[in-house]
Design a protein around this ligand. Structure first.
Ligand SMILES: [Zn+2]
Ligand SMILES: [Zn+2]
Length: 61
């Protein structure tokens, strides 16, 4: 069984600000996140949603 978290705490690799997704991005996991602190985009390995605290919402793949 390969279960990965989709709601995770993510930090921007450029400015180290925490990335929080809102609106449509909070319901649709995505690989490329746009940092609202520095405006840069960064890629993660798996589609995820940035949340304040790591939740137990998982995605089976
Ligand atoms: Zn995002
Ligand atoms: Zn940033």
């Amino acid at each position: 069984m390969n279960v990965s978290k989709i709601k995770v705490t993510i930090f921007c690799p450029f400015c180290h600000g925490q990335h929080l997704d809102s609106g449509k991005y909070a319901i649709k996991p995505h690989k490329v996140h746009l940092c609202f602190h520095c405006g840069k985009k960064f890629k993660v390995g798996k589609p995820t949603i940035g949340v304040k605290n790591g939740s137990d919402m998982t995605l089976e793949s």
